[in-house]
Design a protein. Structure first.
Length: 552
């Protein structure tokens, strides 16, 4: 007899760091309550605990955008791994930025610990789930023509599933296929590095100028034998002759403060954080306009203190004007060429340039991310207000999610070496040609034989074409918060159907819930309160004998 046969069963579809965080939270609660439960995990990845973003086999040139000193993903009580910084082979510099691969190996080690829990037997199925349906005893899942279940609860932690290509990218894909051209994805970076071995002396273009563009630049240069040294970039001769990077606004993100000492200047006081939490509570039940007003009123005094500006002055008025503009037209406040903005970001991160309003707001906002999630995620927020707050948060990511300053310096070194060109960075005209893509800006024109897509798709629920999501929408079991946003979910991850009712036993956490929850792209969110709320909800519903959805 199988000793696990009569245990309540839970399925986790997709894993990665968020699914791992959910398993750890569930294991902690089972240990505390003295209960048992079995879990089936469905994920085709070779390293399911790490997910594709932190694959242990990814290029060592791909760095986190979080310094060691700020990585606070505390392991569960049953873990043998300890903290990430302690787990590493060598004691790291607290100001250094670790590789994604190192973090991925650590996450895999934590998955091993979870799978060793006696009170929660975990079975890993290296398969992709193609269908999910309600049944008499809960839910059943289909993978490769075989049905699994029944499950009392199913958790979807799908990360960023495949989406329908936007019109521009779809057109480029057809063009590349017809003409035998290279249209490559930024990730996996290992694959891009291999492809780039045949691009010596050619011109490559990068679509997107956010965090991924820094990884792409390294894949095309240092991965091909070039070296970044104190005097600048030393070419190997094996890299592309020219790299053209562009985006809609042409503005690279601002680097994070280089040291803990520089970063400390932007630390909010406890009383200021308390005011911010109260403002969020008020904003959650307000109109978009009122939400902006109360959040601005909480942020502005902190910026005034950091910049040492008299509260009743033109400088204070300028701060409020900056914040008001950010809600309606983010990033329009920064002026200068793309290279000027890159250099200014480096000087701000090094502490060689006095903090600007925008840089100060962005760093404060980064430090308030946990408080932000804690205030927004459990609240019932109207679709219009959620959309406004999501937009404000997304816009500030050019500061709050900035790269290491070392990455920004590398980009500047490539410009100085004449390899990286930002003169076409701001929304260039792009025409298709027999030999590639023709980019034009003003009177200047350049032809690229290679195009690299470094744009992260938005979590628009209607654009997802990967299995499961379209079927759940068609069956009425999933709906977006609002047009252009992701799924409507409760604070504990339960999805809402198209009648606005929670669906018993079906939950979703992560990026595909953006709008119901906030700041989902953070590593820390994967191991935060959202997973704890989910685990508590699962145990409560199973204990109460929640009724399943009626099968079709």
């Amino acid at each position: 007899m199988n000793v696990n046969e009569n245990l309540a069963k839970v399925a986790v579809v997709g894993l990665g760091p968020r699914g791992l965080g959910a398993l750890e939270a569930l294991g902690e609660r089972l240990l505390r309550d003295g209960r048992r439960m079995s879990v089936d995990v469905f994920d085709p990845a070779s390293f399911p605990g790490a997910g594709p973003n932190f694959c242990p086999e990814e290029s060592p040139l791909c760095l986190l955008n979080i310094p060691i000193r700020d990585i606070a993903i505390r392991p569960p009580s049953f873990s043998t791994c300890g903290r990430f910084a302690d787990w590493l082979d060598q004691t790291p510099d607290p100001d250094s930025f670790p590789t994604r691969a190192d973090l991925g190996r650590y996450l895999q080690a934590r998955l091993t610990d979870v799978c060793g829990l006696d009170i929660m037997p975990v079975t890993l199925h290296p398969q992709c789930v193609e269908q999910i349906e309600p049944c008499a005893d809960g839910w059943k899942l289909n993978t490769g023509g075989r049905w699994f279940g029944p499950y009392a609860e199913v958790l979807l932690t799908l990360g960023q599933p495949r989406t329908e290509a936007d019109e521009q990218l779809a057109d480029w894909t057809r063009h590349a296929q017809r003409s035998g051209l290279h249209l490559a994805d930024a990730y996996p970076a290992r694959r891009l590095e291999d492809l780039a071995q045949g691009w010596q002396g050619q011109t490559a273009a990068i679509r997107g100028l956010a965090l991924s563009s820094f990884d792409v630049c390294r894949a095309l240069t240092s991965a091909q034998g070039g070296q970044f040294q104190a005097q600048g970039y030393i070419p190997s001769g094996r890299e592309p002759k020219r790299i053209i990077a562009f985006s809609l606004d042409g503005k690279p993100p601002f680097a994070k403060p280089e040291t803990e000492q520089i970063d400390a200047r932007f630390e909010p006081m406890a009383a200021e954080t308390k005011v911010f939490v109260s403002a969020l509570d008020q904003a959650a039940s307000s109109t978009p306009e009122a939400a902006a007003e109360v959040i601005n009123a909480a942020v502005a005094p902190v910026v005034i203190r950091i910049l040492d500006i008299p509260p009743a002055s033109d400088g204070a008025d300028e701060i409020m004007e900056w914040l008001q503009t950010e809600w309606s037209a983010p990033s329009t406040q920064e002026t200068g060429s793309p290279r000027d903005i890159l250099r200014r970001g480096i000087e701000l991160a090094e502490g060689k340039w006095p903090p600007t309003i925008g840089y100060s707001v962005g760093q404060i906002w980064r430090k308030w991310q946990d408080a932000f999630r804690a205030g927004f995620n459990p609240a019932a927020v109207s679709a219009e207000t959620a959309k406004a707050i999501v937009g404000f948060d997304e816009g500030l990511k050019r500061y709050s999610y900035g790269p290491p300053v070392s990455s920004a310096r590398e980009m500047e070194a490539l410009i100085e070496a004449g390899i990286l060109d930002l003169s076409f960075a701001t929304d260039p005209d792009i025409d298709l040609s027999e030999t590639g893509w023709r980019l034009s800006s003003g009177d200047a024109t350049v032809e690229a034989a290679i195009m690299i897509d470094a744009v992260l798709p938005s979590p628009d629920l209607s654009a997802v074409i990967a299995p499961l999501v379209p079927d759940l929408i068609d069956s009425g079991l999933l709906q977006p918060v609002a047009a252009g946003l992701a799924a409507q979910t409760a604070a504990d991850g339960r999805v809402f159907d198209q009648q606005g009712a929670p669906v018993p036993g079906l939950c979703l956490l992560g990026r595909l819930a953006l709008g119901s929850v906030i700041a989902v792209d953070s590593l820390h969110d994967c191991f935060g309160e959202a997973t704890s709320r989910w685990a508590a909800g699962v145990l409560a519903r199973i204990a109460a004998g929640a009724q399943p959805v009626e099968p079709n």
